[in-house]
Design a protein around this ligand. Structure first.
Ligand code: IFM
Length: 487
């Protein structure tokens, strides 16, 4: 995903006089001069939960500290040419040591929730077997700090940092990895669910499978196709199902569990009844080996027909496991996968090509289409009767050049977020059961194959000093949370 360097930050230091110092450096007194007070909900429903999200390999650093084992991303990042700037997550933004400061930032924003992921190799350095108590200690400290700040922890069990030892035993091509994931989920659940009551199984299986095992641009860098790729897809959804069952069996009663999947979303190019139906059909097929099989307990006919002799090997029991009942569905939503129009010919829709002029954020894949925040949860609710939805990720990359006063005036990110939230509010106004929103991301961090060149944080991190400075978008988000409405 190449980074566009041509766009320039267009703010100079002119706004500096309007700024005042806070505990986190400059903040935007033009936005608000006093601490926000919570007003009656005028936008999102009462009880709507606001938070931010991160993932272990992207923020923790400390990869060789306190007994953590190696992950596939440590290995991958060491291979020349894999990461655009030659970097790795070895230090990243040192959340492992600076989590208190980061929790204080969340508290300053007024966030009520935080979604973090547990590094599997930090708590089980070999993937299975002996636990690493010091690894668990870190998550204990983080969770306690969050709770003391009044922020509810939501833990994700897997955000792509597979223990290297499991990769050496076949990785996701092996059914054993799915089973190992079930065991790991069970042991994390028995350890943490006294305080962590909401658990996501796997983050974006569509991304880690396709990018890591088909295009090879993410760890472990494989380029599979046919039956081998379909089997990896199958093992990923199976792992999710096994983890749901493990959390139910080993977690404290009442622990809630579900996936955090980047639903591929078809958006109707024009909102007619026919086009909306076509977009729903397309969304179901686009997610056939992921959310669709998880929610329906069957692979679609079209998916199996297209796979032919390369279809995954599975048993009826697998399908039951994969579709184990979840308590909520997390959706990571950034950009529409496609715009569609209805068609009389099979499969009932046609894709509308995007013009070259179609705008995008700093990452070329992040094309603008904020209405996807309406359609993604609405399709999920209509197709699969999902009763509780969280937007588990939404956010934007921007060039984020600090102005002369050191502040990042990321109006482009603010604009992106505002538009997305307005469309999300359209969904909640229409009764789509979206219960909360996690902004990606709290901090600038290691953006996988892009390294540190691409920034997604609403808090700027100076990677040389680790200094955190809220961007304009952090003030914007603080205001959104205070109003419970797009600001
Ligand atoms: O940084 C990633 C995250 O790990 C998964 N979802 C998309 C984000 C932005 O690319």
């Amino acid at each position: 995903m190449p980074f566009r360097l041509t766009r320039r930050a267009w703010m100079t230091g002119a706004g500096a006089a309007a700024l005042a110092a806070t505990a986190y450096g400059t903040a935007h007194t033009t936005v608000r001069t006093s601490p926000p007070t919570r007003r009656a909900a005028t936008g999102f429903p009462d009880g709507f939960r606001w938070g931010t999200a991160t993932s272990s390999y992207q923020v923790e650093g400390a990869t060789q500290v306190d007994g953590r084992g190696p992950s596939i991303w440590d290995t991958f990042a060491r291979e020349p040419g894999r990461i655009r700037d030659g970097s790795s997550g070895e230090t990243s933004v040192d959340h492992y040591h600076r989590y208190k400061e980061d929790v204080a930032l969340m508290k300053w924003m007024g966030a009520q929730t935080y979604r973090f992921s547990i590094a599997w190799p930090r708590v089980f350095p070999d993937g299975r077997g002996k636990a690493n108590p010091k690894g668990f200690d870190f998550y204990d400290r983080l969770v306690d700090e969050l709770l003391a700040a009044g922020i509810e922890p939501f833990a994700t069990l897997y955000h792509w940092d597979l223990p290297q030892t499991l990769q050496e035993r076949g990785g996701w091509e092996s059914r054993d990895t799915a089973e190992a994931f079930g065991d790991y989920a069970s042991r994390v659940a028995s350890k943490l669910t006294d305080r962590v009551r909401q658990v996501f199984t796997i983050n974006e299986m569509q991304t880690f499978v396709e990018q890591g095992h088909r295009s090879g641009v993410f760890a472990p860098g494989l380029k599979l196709d046919g039956a081998r790729l379909n089997q990896v897809r199958h093992h990923a959804v199976l792992a999710h199902g096994l983890a749901v069952q493990a959390v139910r069996a080993s977690g404290r009663r009442g622990t809630r569990v579900g996936p955090a999947e980047n639903i591929a979303t078809a958006v109707p190019a024009i909102e007619t009844v026919e086009n909306i139906r076509a977009a729903e059909l397309a969304t179901r097929e686009l997610n056939a080996p992921y959310l669709t099989v998880m929610m329906e307990g069957r692979y679609t006919d079209a998916y199996l027909a297209a796979a032919g002799a390369d279809a995954p090997r599975f048993t009826p029991q697998d399908l039951k496991t994969i579709s184990s009942k979840v308590d909520f569905v997390g959706l990571n939503v950034y950009a529409p996968s496609k715009y569609v129009l209805a068609s009389e010919a099979a499969p009932g829709f046609v894709e509308v090509p995007l013009q070259a002029s179609h705008p995008h954020m700093a990452s070329p894949w992040l094309t603008l289409g904020p209405e996807v925040l309406y359609w993604a949860p609405r399709h999920a609710a209509n197709l699969w009767k999902v009763k509780d939805i969280f937007i588990t990720e939404n956010g934007a990359s921007a060039t984020d050049e600090p102005a002369t006063d050191g502040t990042v005036y990321d109006v482009d990110r603010v604009m992106y977020l505002r538009n997305c939230l307005m469309h999300l509010q359209r969904a909640t106004d229409a009764g789509v059961p979206v219960r909360g929103y996690f902004l990606w991301s709290l901090l600038d961090n290691f953006e996988w194959a892009d390294g540190y060149a691409t920034r997604f944080g609403i808090v700027h991190v100076d990677y040389a000093t680790q200094k955190r400075t809220p961007k304009l978008s952090a003030s914007f988000y603080r205001e959104v949370i205070a109003r419970n409405a797009p600001a």
